[in-house]
Design a protein around this ligand. Structure first.
Ligand SMILES: NC(=O)c1ccc[n+]([C@@H]2O[C@H](COP(=O)([O-])OP(=O)(O)OC[C@H]3O[C@@H](n4cnc5c(N)ncnc54)[C@H](OP(=O)(O)O)[C@@H]3O)[C@@H](O)[C@H]2O)c1
Length: 224
């Protein structure tokens, strides 16, 4: 079922996914079912994750990476962090002027920050594609919540914190966050990505090491 049920749809966008595994596949399917034109980038021949992801929705398509990215307005990056240093530099030109949604997390030994907290992974991503507008999002929870973002027993949607330096890019990503079933919450500039990456480590340690449910999410309560 689409996460978009009962949510006002945003302007339809051309979206491409680099990475169609546990994170990329459910998000791509939600956005396709919400009416966006979603293309999975074929990076490697015979990629099982792309084949399996395509089976989630008839509205999904797969194309060679250069074609998928050339047409896209928004590109999701959902590959292992260790892959990006090789993968991204040759894509810098085609990604120029596009929104790049960074879903990656640098996770190091013993569930520590993979860049020793000296720099955010998303700042590293931005340095590799300087003319793209990087927005960190869809990073602070495990994939279980991307599969199933609904919490029907609460009158709330799970909050998705996101950050980036380009206001228009963030506004665009906020709409896609809604279409995936989450409440977007702007956490500030890309400098905040380091703190989102620490939120991720908190979640991973609580869930994967200390027995909390993988359906653990955060919600934002406000009093105006
Ligand atoms: N898993 C989670 O709960 C979770 C939650 C939030 C964020 N994240 C972050 O999201 C990112 C993706 O995680 P995931 O769990 O979705 O991983 P995954 O299930 O292993 O999927 C990884 C995807 O990236 C592709 N890929 C792997 N190595 C590649 C390379 N060297 N070059 C190009 N493509 C490559 C894979 O394609 P093939 O099929 O060809 O291997 C696959 O489509 C990671 O950075 C992770 O830290 C994960």
């Amino acid at each position: 079922m689409s996460a978009n049920t009962n949510i006002t749809s945003s302007e339809k966008k051309k979206v491409a996914f680099i990475g169609a595994g546990k994170v990329g596949a459910p998000l791509a399917a939600h956005l396709a079912e919400a009416g966006h034109e979603v293309t999975l980038a074929q990076i490697r021949d015979g990629s099982e994750t792309v084949t399996k992801a395509l089976a989630r929705s008839e509205r999904l398509a797969a194309r060679p990476i250069s074609d998928a990215l050339a047409d896209a307005e928004v590109v999701f990056l959902a590959v292992p962090f260790g892959a990006i240093e090789t993968l991204l530099p040759p894509l810098a030109n085609v990604l120029a002027g596009k929104v790049l949604v960074d879903c990656t997390n640098p996770v190091g030994a013993g569930l520590s920050h993979g860049l020793e907290s000296r720099r955010a992974g998303s700042e590293f991503v931005q340095s590799l594609v300087p003319d793209a507008a990087v927005v960190k999002a869809f990073s602070i929870y495990g994939f279980e919540n991307f599969e199933q973002p609904e919490f029907p027993e609460y009158n709330l949607r799970p909050t998705m914190l996101y950050c980036g330096d380009d206001a228009r890019a963030k506004a665009s990503v906020a709409e896609l966050i809604k279409d995936c079933g989450f409440e977007p919450l702007d956490a500030g500039g890309l400098v905040q990505a380091l703190h989102l990456e620490h939120m991720t480590l908190l979640w991973i340690r609580m869930v994967r090491m200390h027995g909390h449910s993988p359906r653990l999410t955060w919600a934002a309560l406000r009093q105006y």
